[in-house]
Every structure is written in structure tokens, then in C-alpha cells.
Design a protein around this ligand. Structure first.
Ligand code: FES
Length: 57
């Protein structure tokens, strides 16, 4: 069974990982031009957030 993790990256998107490999990056700053995916806009929007990780079981 694959290991699925969510990484709420520091000042950036939610990385959805399967077996350690990034499958997608979801916007959590609200400024993406490609919602729900991250467009990189967080880098210039002033978005600040802590790093958090979660494993789905
Ligand atoms: S988190 Fe990257 S554009 Fe929103």
C-alpha cells in the first residue's frame, strides 16, 4: 500500500506525496492563477505559514 503524506510547506503550497514523491502542489495562499494548483504566486504574495506534515492512513 502506498504511503500518502501531506506536507504543508513553509510559506508555500500543500504538497501531496506518494511514497516520498511529490504528486501535486495545492495552493493554500489564495493567490494562485491555476487554482486549486499552486502557480508559484505565494512567493511574491507575502504568504507566511509554518511547515507541517501529516500522513494519511
Ligand atoms: S501556495 Fe503557491 S500559489 Fe498559492
Amino acid at each position: 500500500m502506498a504511503k500518502i503524506e501531506l506536507e504543508f510547506s513553509k510559506n508555500g503550497p500543500i504538497l501531496v506525496k506518494r511514497d516520498g514523491k511529490v504528486e501535486m502542489a495545492l495552493c493554500r495562499c489564495g493567490h494562485s492563477t491555476k487554482k486549486p494548483m499552486c502557480s508559484g504566486a505565494h512567493a511574491t504574495s507575502g504568504f507566511i505559514a509554518e511547515l507541517t506534515k501529516m500522513e494519511l492512513k
